[in-house]
Design a protein around this ligand. Sequence first.
Ligand code: SF4
Length: 471
Amino acid sequence: MLAEIKGLNEECGIFGIWGHEEAAQVTYYGLHSLQHRGQEGAGIVVSDGETLKGHKGLGLVTEVFSDGQLQQLNGAAAIGHVRYATAGGGGYENVQPLLFRSQSGSIALAHNGNLVNAAELKLRLEQQGSIFQTTSDTEVFAHLIRRSMAPTLKEQIKVALNYLEGAFAFLLLTETEMYIALDPQGFRPLSIGRLGNAYVVASETCAFDVVGAVYEREVEPGELIIINKHGIYAERYAEKRPRSICSMEYIYFARPDSNVDGINVHTARKNLGKRLALEAPVDADVVTGVPDSSISVAIGYAEVTGIPYELGLIKNRYVGRTFIQPSQALREQGVKMKLSPVRGVVAGKRVVMVDDSIVRGTTSRRIVNMLREAGAKEVHVRISSPPITHPCFYGIDTPTKEELIASAHSVEEMRQMIGADSLAFLSHEGLLEAIGRSANGSLFRGQCMACFTGEYPTNTCSQLLEQTVKQ
Ligand code: SF4
């Protein structure tokens, strides 16, 4: 479904390059391909080997760099960031990369994810005299680095990383080095590639295709990669724990042309649709997917059931940012602006409407209504994820537990609330097996399922959950 109107948003995308004379330009194109991961702000910091220089602003990548700012960013190394403003709030000061200058040199930081112990760490740092310029938890990491007594920057970074809990994919740039780190459970995707002699790193591999880079490998959970004039080195700062890559990356967030942890997203979604067809078949005349994420799923569902796939809903691609607003009223208004039913496809038909998730239920109800108004005889809703019953604390902006419709309602109650003729969700096993991470077989490589199960892979989350319920 459409991220900006559903109320379930990715919080960031990061891109970096080392050893390219047009580093800022390449980063611009890389960020542009990651725009779906955050539309509220963007920024790039470059190093020319002696100084760091950056530009950032609120808005889309094309808006932030619309006035010749890229031409001012000269240097062979760059990191960039696209942001969705929730963790720490919006505002210019929270747009990344964050740039910190000191006597001993500068560091720029770009972060995708969310630290579950940021508030606790911040309190301790403030008690020790730290003053924070932003409300972003990313700044906590910079203070931890600066407060470390370790002899080298690399060791300081390792010490700081070991204080962090939660989901983080970090890019850190100094005048002479780039550091790349992924949390020990690998919640967020992060890949490395080559562009000629240059190294590139990105949240999603679609960015490599856009800039013409070749994929090399995933960054391993608990790994710290250092790139400087001598080459590229990989070290560990923490023991690898069982991987907890976010299920939602496959279901909903990542672009279908990306590979996440080696698994192609379109193929994973098609397999979700095939599995959904086996678990929840229905007599119908057409299958349609809610664009963009559910089209691949609908194709898989149609393939197994033999019901023809049709384009029953189309997306209006020219609705501006006015409708990318984190308010529920605008999100609901946005459904009508963003989606249109194709009357000729659905009128008089029994329609299977495939979507990736149900969050509050309001968006699903509006789409079901829209299809009925366009003449659909029956609307059967099939969801390519299990019910979302718990909030995420790892960098996905979800509503509180109370606002999640599935946290307090049965499938039958939800069916009535959204006005569908039938409703079915994918099972937990179905999700893992379809993506290729079977819970029972040797394929299992670890996937976070916390928003479907309430079993959080890190400690602090049960306290955070209590806080969100009380608020
Ligand atoms: S809780 Fe859900 S959205 Fe958050 S990381 Fe885990 S699977 Fe992804």
